[in-house]
Design a protein around this ligand. Structure first.
Ligand SMILES: Cc1cc2nc3c(=O)[nH]c(=O)nc-3n(C[C@H](O)[C@H](O)[C@H](O)COP(=O)(O)OP(=O)(O)OC[C@H]3O[C@@H](n4cnc5c(N)ncnc54)[C@H](O)[C@@H]3O)c2cc1C
Length: 446
């Protein structure tokens, strides 16, 4: 029987919901949309290992690429920087993929060709981004998206945290916010709450697991998600070096990487592009019959001396030499691993866990989900209320055994950190707790 609008409103007021991973991207968006939809703030409990924005969220970052191609107005306007976005390619495969991307924009039939321009050669690209070096972009093609840009990622999640706090949402952080297991009915078929690692028990009608790369380590997802790290590093520009780059578009090349305009302190973030790094260990998530080989994230927050593999230094420097050759001799700092979780087809995993009624999964970000921050929580609430659109329900369903999350849709298999050198500095502390690795310029996250 369909729920009447007034019954839905009543149920929203009285239903208790726990959001696990609420300090991250999908979790904070979910808590935001619960409140926007009329859930009583004191009935919403946000749990996370770290307070919002969580230090180990993939979204706790200087900036992320954002677009408004999906016709949704970005509703985090103060944090959206509409600098434009330049998607480039030079390899045969890269150009083919860019052409397909452009055609799909045109085929959408909603006038996206008005805001997305095909650039066919270096002259056209330089008109949009004169700061690139002509010699380095010979035979490149590009799409320039006038409506694209970047979102001040950590600041946007932080703003959601402030909103939730002001609204009166309940929080649990640290050991009292760190998920240990679902609390189940006697028959084991329904979830009635969550126990955290300090033994605190939270009871609710619905629990949502939005723990990003940690999700497959917390509950058995039957191999549907494989967590992987990507990397970034930062460059410090002087005021005069930074000035010409103000409002420069985000430049992306799938074979090389991407960078953003400098922040207010002249810091540029540079990423490379590659199939990710796994970190396999024997591990037993809740609900699994035995320990299995699972890629377990190692966050910078919990391992502050971790940097990234030597191989990443080479590829990040290649990205800098291509995009920003005038800065290629600058020292890099805040080299970091950042963890996401891939599904086999790179679609999200947003569904009820088939073994535990009222235990909802909201994960499987596949490394491209920050841009969903403004509205993914709306979809999670729709699923919670049994009114998620059929096509989304189908795309985000429970689907074990369909494809390979380790490979996902990426160009090649992920390499394991266990086979890589240069990223782990566990033994590098001196007796005062200072880093011995002096190549790292500035400590902490930007
Ligand atoms: C280098 C890099 C660059 C990227 N660039 C872009 C980009 O430009 N555009 C884009 O759209 N996307 C980008 N992404 C991807 C994007 O950041 C992620 O897809 C997105 O942030 C994932 O959101 P999430 O909510 O699933 O996970 P997260 O944001 O990581 O949140 C997971 C949360 O779960 C919490 N948690 C973990 N364990 C527990 C536990 N036991 N109990 C309670 N809480 C727990 C964590 O503390 C964290 O807060 C990038 C990713 C990387 C790594």
């Amino acid at each position: 029987m369909a729920t009447t609008p007034s019954a839905l409103l009543d149920s929203r007021k009285s239903t208790k919901v726990i959001v696990i991973g609420g300090g991250g991207t999908i979790g904070s968006s979910t808590a935001l949309h619960l409140i926007r939809n009329g859930y009583t703030p004191s009935n919403v409990t946000v749990l996370d290992t770290y307070s919002i924005p969580s230090l180990q969220s993939a979204g706790n970052d200087l900036n992320k690429i954002m677009g408004i191609r999906l016709r949704n107005k970005v509703d985090l306007q103060p944090f959206f920087n509409n600098t434009g976005r330049l998607d480039c390619a030079h390899s045969e495969q890269g150009i083919r993929s860019l052409e397909t991307q452009y055609q799909s924009l045109v085929d959408a039939g909603v006038g996206l060709e008005d805001t997305n321009e095909w650039l066919d050669n270096e002259d056209e690209i330089l008109l949009r981004m004169p700061l690139l070096q002509r010699d380095n972009i010979k035979n490149w093609k590009a799409i320039f998206s006038h409506d694209g840009g970047w979102l001040a990622a950590a600041k946007a999640i932080n703003a959601i945290g402030v909103y939730l706090q002001d609204a009166g949402v309940q929080f649990g952080f640290g050991p009292a916010g760190t998920f240990k297991r679902p609390l189940l009915t006697e028959d084991g078929a329904s979830c009635v709450g969550i126990e955290t690692v300090d033994g605190t028990r939270y009871y609710a009608e619905k629990a949502i697991l939005a723990a990003g790369a940690w999700s497959p380590t917390l509950v058995d997802l039957e191999g549907q998600c494989c967590s992987k790290a990507w990397v970034y590093a930062h460059l410090q520009l002087t005021t005069s070096e930074a000035a010409p780059y103000k409002d420069a578009p985000v430049v992306y090349n799938a074979d090389i990487g991407f960078f953003f305009e400098p922040n207010e302190s002249g810091v540029i973030k540079v990423c490379d592009e590659f199939p990710g790094f796994t970190h396999f260990e024997m591990h037993q998530p809740y609900g699994a019959a035995h320990a299995q080989r699972i890629s377990v994230p190692r966050s910078h927050a919990q391992h502050p001396t971790d940097t990234y593999p030597d191989a990443s230094e080479t590829s990040i420097k290649h990205a800098i030499a291509t995009f920003l050759p005038r800065f290629q001799h600058k020292e890099l700092f805040n080299r970091s691993l950042c963890w996401c979780t891939d599904t086999a087809d790179a679609s999200l995993l947003i569904c009820e866990h088939p073994r535990w009624r009222n235990f909802i999964l909201a994960t499987g970000d596949s490394g491209h989900s920050f841009k969903l921050l403004p509205n993914i929580g709306k979809n999670v609430v729709e699923l919670l209320e049994g009114r998620l659109a059929g096509d989304l329900k189908e795309a985000w369903r429970w689907r074990p055994g369909e494809g390979d999350a380790l490979k996902s849709v990426r160009a090649g298999p992920a390499r394991d950190l266990g086979d890589m050198v240069g990223w782990c500095h566990d033994g590098d502390m001196d007796v005062y707790g200072d880093r011995n690795d002096k190549e790292e310029g500035v400590g902490g996250k930007v």
